[in-house]
Structure formats: C-alpha cells, structure tokens
Design a protein around this ligand. Structure first.
Ligand SMILES: [Zn+2]
Length: 883
C-alpha cells in the first residue's frame, strides 16, 4: 500500500515549504503600516503541530514524526543540536549474503554535524583523520584542505522557537548515508558478481522507527531492481530481479564523559583509527587511537574494583538450549584478563529469556546472536562500533552461524579445482601479478577495513573440529559401547565453542588477530593440561590455531585453549588499566616494556603468511601450533597416514551414501594442507621482532630462520609431500569417494574422483610459496644479513626431493605432475621478464641443466615414464632455446 505514495508527499511538502515562506515574507508588511490600515489578517503560518498532525511521534535524541498514511518521516532538529557532532552507524539487517549484507553486520561509522545554511539544513560528514596541536600556530590552518562531505540538504519545512522540522525521506530511504550497493571495478566480467541493479524508491519503505534519549534508530527496506540479472546470487535470493535489503540507520549522541582516547602501539594488537598529527615533526607523527570500552572503577582507590558500568552481554534466545551455559561460561573467562587490569566482573553474561520483550537488534543491547544462513560468508563475527573521535566502543554484537557453531561439516570443495585453474594462480605462470600486493587484499578483503571485524575463524575451526571428531572415531580405543567416544566428542565440541566465543568476544573488546600466539609451547608441552589449563595452550585466543590433536591418543590433552592467554591478559591491561592523565604515558611504557617476553609475542593478519609470497615471519601463520612446527607437523602427518586405512570401515555406514566418507577424506587432506603450508613458510623465512631499541639488547628486528631449520622444513616436505609414496595410504579409498547425486549436480563436472588434482593442489600450494618471486628475492636479500641457505641450495634440495627417488624406475602420476610443474616453474623463472632477480634466474637455469643431465642418465622401465621424460626434455629444451 505504501509502495507508490512515498515520494509524492515529500514533493508536496517541499513545494509547500517553499511556498509558505515566500508567502509569509510577502504577507508581512512593515509594522508602522499595520497600525494604520485595517488589512485582512495574514493567514497564520503553519506550525510544527500543523505539519505533523497526521504523524506518529517518536520522541528521543532526534524526534521523528512518521506520517500514518504515507509512512513519510520528518525529523525535528533542535536549535541547540546545530553544529554539534553526532555519530552515525549503519547495520545491515538482512540482505544478500553474497554482498556481506547478513543480519547484524556493522557497516559505516562516522561523525556528522547538522548545520543551517539559509533556509536549509545540511547533514555533513566529519573528517577525523587529522590532529593539530592547539599550542602550535599552524593549528589555525587546521583542516583547510579538507573537503566538506554534505550527504543531504533539505529546506526547513517549519521552524519554531526551539528547532526545525525537516523532511528526511531523502536522507533515510536510499544510499546517501551508507552506499549499500557495492561499487565493482568496471573491468570485472559481467555476471561474475551478484549485482543489485538500480535503486527503486517506489518499492522502498520504512520498517521500525525507534527513538531513545541517546539514540535514534530507523530501519529501512531498500528495494533494488535488476531487469536482466546475469548472476543469481545464491539460494537466499528469491528472485535476482527484485531484492529488498534491510538496513538500520542509527544516530547516536556523542557520549558526554571523561573517556580519554588511548594511544595505539605496534607491539600490541588493537583495532583503532589512524590519525595523522599534522603539527608534529616526529618521524612517526601518529596519533593513532585504539578501540576500547569505557570502564571506570567504582572505587578508584582499590587495586581491583568492579566497573561503574560492566560490559553486559546477552546470549540470544536463538542459541541452542544445550549450548547456552557453555557460551555464558566462555564469555565470563575474559574476566581473568580484566582482573590484571584492575577490574572485577568487567564482563557480565546474561541469558536472554525466551519471552523477552526487547529486540536483540536494539543497539543498547550487546547480544551473541545465532543465524543459519544458506551461504554464510563467515562462521562467526564479532564487530563493535565506536565513537570515531575517541575509540570508545559503544556497542557490539557477535553473530555465530549455527551450522559452524553446532559443528556441522564444512563443504569439501577445497581441492576440487582442475589443474588448469590451479595453474592460473601459480606465481610462475604470472610473476607480475604474483608480486602485486593488491592481490593479497583482493584475496582477503575482510582484513582491509579497519572498522569492520570480519573473521573467518569459525569456518577454519569447524573443518578442524571435524578432523578431531574423525580422529576420535577412528583411533580411540573404546571398550565402553561408544560412550567414551561420545564423551570425548562432547568435550571437543565444548572446547571448540569456548574457543569460538573467547575469540569473537576478544574482537568486541578491541583486540585484532594475533596469528603468532600459537608459538607459545613446545610440542612436548602442548598436551600437558597442567600447563594448558593454567597458562593456556596459546599466548592468545586471537589466533587461528591448528586443532591440537595428538597422534598418540593416550596423550591427548586439550584440543583448544579454554582461557585467555598471557598475551590476552597483557593486551587487556594495556587497553584498560586506568591511569591518571599525568601517569598514563609512563604506565603504558611500563606495560609495553614486557613485549619481549616470549609468551607476549604478537603478529596480526597483515604479518601472517597464509597466502604464498605474503609476509615474512613463518611464526605468524594460521592453522599452526607450537614453537617447533616441523616436529608438530610430522606428528600430524603421521596421524593422518594412520587414520587413512581406517576411514572406510568407520565412515561407510549401512544405508547411507559415501558422502560422509568423502567429506572425512577431504578433512584429512585439509589437515595435510595446513601442516605442509605452515612448514613451507620457514623456507626463506625471516623472524620479525617489533620491540623498541633498548628493550632487549639481543633482539634485532630481522633475523633469518637458521639454515638448519630451513633444511629441516625442506626435508619434511620431501618426505611427506613430494616423495613417490607420500600418498600411498590413500589409494584404497579412491574407488569409494563418491558424492551423493542430487538433482543434476554432476552437470557441473564429472563425478569421478580426481586424486592427481587433489595431490597436485597440495604440492603446488607449497611450491607456489617457495618459488614465489617475493620469497626467492628475500632468500637472496637475507643472505646479506645472516641467511646461509641460498636459492641455489633451495633449488638443489627441491631437485633431490622431486627427482632422485624414482630416477631409475617408474615415475608415478603424482610425481609426473610434480616434476612437470617444477620444470615449468624453473623454465618460467629463467625466462621471466619481470619479478625474479638475477640470482634466482641463475639458480633456475642451473637447475634445468642439472635435470637435463639427470634425465639423460635415467632408465625408463615403461612407456608412460618414457613419455613423461620426453616431455620434460622438451620443456627444458624449449626454455633453454629462448635464452
Ligand atoms: Zn577473528
């Protein structure tokens, strides 16, 4: 009903407003005249009351009047609100998951002011990027070159002594505040991404309007039409031609308190804002601030005090009943960290009653929410929103995808790409693209935005969790009719959920990832619960750790850490310990002086090495564990090889298809991928230390990984990944790895198992890193400051691992692919016009010549091996002839 009428009244209102003003000017004769002549009484000016008589009033920070017939909204702006800063915050409340418009995604945050310009009100976004010291005369020129961003201007409909009434449909309905529709580069092929199409005002409308003393929230449903969609956008899109996106605009009063922004520091990982000090001549003119809650001691003199206002969390009533207490307990675990900062009961966890009459979307409540999406872009997220001027966190939500949280198996599409699609991503196929850092951000866009905390943890975690379930199911001895295994799986699930909540809640407290934290314990300590329950299994819960599963099942300790680690406790102290202003800098310096303690080590997403060629410190990595990753990985690879032969008996159940067996197989392949991936990063790795000069005399910012350890890593890859028999345990499973038919799903590709692709993906994921132009160049550069494992040594060890063992025998299909790809890579390095440095090219050329002479002396026992070697010779000849 409201569809078509929305903008009509707005147009009338604008016309009326303009008309009324003109008319009132004309009708206001000079005072002297009025006394003399009996002119007819001027029609009385419309009042606010007249203008809102058919509207419902929502009184609050900004009082809104919504017309009960048309739905149109007018805002009453008080005169004393002009020129004041307010916070704007948008939330997506449900829309295409393909565009990250999932429920409760915290989106744009900025400060704005409302100013009056002649007969209009202007809504202006503020720029918070700069700081000027008021004592410095240059501050008189503050922000002179900063452009005004006026989002919206509208004629005042009517004014009274206290304020102005203005129509705001043009501000709220549409994308003036938050551009919902993403801007895609024009170079993207049509249909490659889901496209909303054009905004359709006639089908857009208001949802709930709420106004409270400190915030005003307006829910809107924005309609988009795309008459010719080339991309269906997924199963959650009912019809790609017509999509309505639910959004919430929140206008929030800037808190009036004595909260002081706390400075950021490179040694500890908080989300925050970068602020440039344009009145400083320091080499680091940064006034960067961190995001944190406003915790104030009830009793400032006490060493430990309750806060005046704790951080209150509600466990939403959508949470599976049996998990509610676990979630509550996990959240309360953060209180240990706050105690070190001087606060007792800083975090209060409550369970939302099933009959609660409040809306979890109400921004005054921090809620741990659950959803079950068709196409989740994350497993759980923990975003918060802040006052951009000070970093004060004003609210937060955690959303857990039910399937991840409940431990449902993740789809196993990790290794199903063909060799050709794999090749397109190998750095030797396109070295220029490989060294372009924008490749990393386009692969991991979630980490580019410092205000939005997107976290892929839960997906990784559930894949790992499933591997743990498989380990218990296949290997644990159970004389108790399955009871022992059930208990073990329940404990594993509890630890998994604990970890998920601890981690996401850490984000809402302001912490970003610490991908270095799983380095804390040695492999012989990780299953010792005397250590892990007291200190933690990791320095921080903000890492993406490997599942901690022991190959010796009798020694199994904790699968996940169940408490805030030493880094978390220290980081919370940095962010939250209260100081008097004059003591703050010294106090922070004292806390930071501990950053050299091994348990407090830190490195975030920008430092982690998950993508080939990205970053430099192998200890900052996802899906790893312990301070000796080569030893830890060997144990896991052995575990996988022990599990493989037992998988079929355990996971092919009567009266079910082989879909579960197939999914279990890929979960174990994923374990292998994570182990060899983490180990490969040590080759050419450089350890980073961010301590400041004078903190630790022995510390240097850059220390190459020792040649011994690099060689150990290489030996592990040669043995468990490149060797001819590395995958011999898998063969018996191949005839059974069948997907379940559903409709016509095999139209997209044939259903037969493709082990050579799976194995090649795994092998190439490591070579893609070792032979990456950035890695090879670093191996050479670091030889100038301590690295003694040269590119020629690296290539020579790869040749040994990839060629020696079957030189005088039959070369199996895995090895044919591996040898061919290695030769292609070396040839590409030799002939690469860009990307590879001279020493790398020399090493690759020498490698090709060496392989050529090895092949000349090799004997081929069968036709296939002969054909393979003929092809290698051809590739080498071709590469050498270009030279
Ligand atoms: Zn995270």
């Amino acid at each position: 009903m409201r569809k078509t009428s929305l903008f009509v009244p707005l147009a009338i209102l604008m016309a009326t407003g303009a008309f009324a003003q003109k008319k009132s000017k004309a009708a206001a004769p000079p005072v002297a005249d009025t006394a003399k002549k009996a002119v007819p009484a001027a029609p009385s000016k419309p009042t606010v009351k007249d203008k809102v008589k058919s509207s419902k009033k929502h009184e609050g920070l900004f009082t809104l009047y919504q017309d009960t017939v048309t739905g149109s909204v007018q805002m009453y702006v008080k005169k004393d609100q002009l020129g004041k800063e307010f916070i704007y915050q948008s939330f997506s409340m449900g829309g295409p998951t393909a565009l990250f418009l999932n429920q409760n995604m915290i989106r744009a945050t900025f400060l704005f002011k409302i100013e009056k310009s002649f007969d209009k009100l202007e809504f202006k976004q503020q720029n918070t990027n700069f700081h000027y010291d008021g004592e410095n005369a240059i501050s008189k020129a503050a922000n002179v070159d900063v452009s005004d961003a006026v989002m919206f201007a509208e004629k005042v409909a009517v004014e009274d002594s206290l304020g102005y009434l203005v129509a705001v449909d043009g501000l709220l309905l549409g994308d003036k505040l938050d551009p919902v529709k993403p801007v895609f580069p024009p170079t993207l092929p049509p249909g490659s991404v889901f496209n909303l199409g054009g905004y359709n005002p006639s089908k857009s409308k208001y949802g709930t309007v709420r106004s409270f003393p400190n915030n005003t929230d307006v829910l809107v449903e924005l309609a988009y039409d795309n008459p010719m969609p080339l991309n269906g956008g997924g199963k959650d899109i009912t019809d790609a031609r017509y999509v309505r996106v639910k959004m919430q605009h929140s206008f929030i009063e800037v808190p009036n308190n004595d909260f002081r922004a706390r400075r950021d520091d490179p040694r500890v990982g908080y989300f925050g804002s970068e602020v440039d000090d344009l009145s400083s001549i320091s080499p680091t003119p940064y006034k960067d601030i961190i995001n944190r809650w406003n915790l104030v001691k009830k009793d400032p003199a006490a060493a430990i005090s309750e806060p005046v206002e704790p951080i209150v969390w509600w466990v939403e009533n959508t949470t599976p009943v049996e998990l509610r207490e676990i979630v509550k307990e996990a959240g309360e675990k953060w209180n240990e960290a706050f105690e070190a900062a001087g606060f007792k009961n800083a975090v209060v966890m409550k369970i939302m009653p099933d009959n609660a009459d409040w809306d979890p979307a109400d921004i005054r409540y921090n809620v741990i929410r659950w959803v079950s999406s068709a196409n989740p872009q994350y497993g759980a997220i923990g975003p918060s929103f802040t006052n951009p001027r000070t970093g004060q966190i004003l609210g937060a939500d955690i959303t857990v995808e039910w399937r991840s949280g409940a431990g449902a198996p993740v789809q196993d599409d990790l290794f199903n790409g063909g060799l050709s699609s794999l090749a397109a991503n190998l750095p030797w196929e396109n070295p220029a693209a490989a060294i372009d850092p924008s490749q990393y951000t386009s692969k991991y866009p979630a980490f580019g935005n410092r205000h939005i905390t997107t976290c892929a943890l839960a997906n990784e975690l559930s894949m790992q969790y499933q591997a743990g379930v498989a380990a218990i199911a296949t290997l644990d001895d159970d004389g108790s009719n399955g009871e022992k295994k059930t208990t073990a799986v329940r404990e594993l699930h509890k630890q998994f959920l604990y970890y998920l909540i601890l981690h996401e809640m850490g984000h809402t407290l302001g912490l970003n990832h610490n991908m270095k934290a799983s380095q804390m314990l040695r492999p012989d300590q990780v299953h010792d619960q005397n250590i892990t329950r007291k200190l933690g299994l990791q320095g921080s819960v903000m890492d993406y750790p490997s599942l901690n599963v022991s190959s010796d099942r009798s020694k199994q300790g904790d699968y996940y850490t169940t408490k805030a680690g030493p880094y978390d406790i220290w980081a919370i102290e940095y962010g939250y310990r209260p100081f008097r202003p004059e003591e703050e800098e010294e106090g922070l310096r004292k806390i930071l002086s501990r950053s050299t303690e091994p348990n407090l080590t830190f490195g975030n997403d920008a430092d982690d090495m998950r993508a080939p060629g990205k970053a430099i410190d192998p200890r900052v990595m996802v899906n790893d564990m312990s301070s000796d990753m080569v030893a830890y990985a060997e144990d896991r690879l052995k575990l996988v090889n022990t599990m493989m032969p037992k998988l079929k008996a355990r996971f092919s159940q009567p009266n079910q298809s082989y879909a579960e067996l197939r999914s279990r197989y890929y979960q174990l392949m994923n374990q292998r991928a994570q182990m060899v991936g983490a180990v490969s990063r040590y080759i050419g790795g450089v350890n980073v230390d961010r301590s400041y000069a004078g903190q630790n005399a022995a510390a240097k910012p850059f220390t190459p990984v020792s040649a011994d350890y690099q060689k150990k890593a290489m030996a592990l890859l040669n043995k468990y990944l490149y060797a001819p028999n590395a995958f011999s345990t898998d063969a018996a499973l191949f005839p059974y790895l069948q997907m379940q038919r559903r409709g016509f799903n095999f139209f997209n590709g044939t259903e037969d198992v493709k082990p050579q692709t799976t194995v090649a993906s795994l092998q190439m994921s490591t070579l893609a890193h070792i032979l990456h132009p950035v890695t090879m160049s670093r191996i050479n550069n670091s030889s100038l400051y301590g690295n003694s494992y040269s590119v020629a040594d690296v290539m020579s060890d790869l040749v040994k691992g990839i060629f020696n063992e079957d030189l005088n025998g039959s070369v199996n299909l895995y090895r044919q692919n591996l040898q061919t790809e290695f030769v292609k890579a070396s040839a590409a390095i030799v002939n690469s016009p860009v990307g590879y440095d001279n020493a790398s090219k020399a090493a690759a050329l020498s490698t090709l010549k060496k392989i050529k002479s090895m092949l000349a002396a090799a004997s081929s026992p069968n036709e296939q091996t002969r054909a393979h070697r003929t092809n290698l010779n051809f590739l080498i000849e071709k590469a050498l002839s270009v030279k």
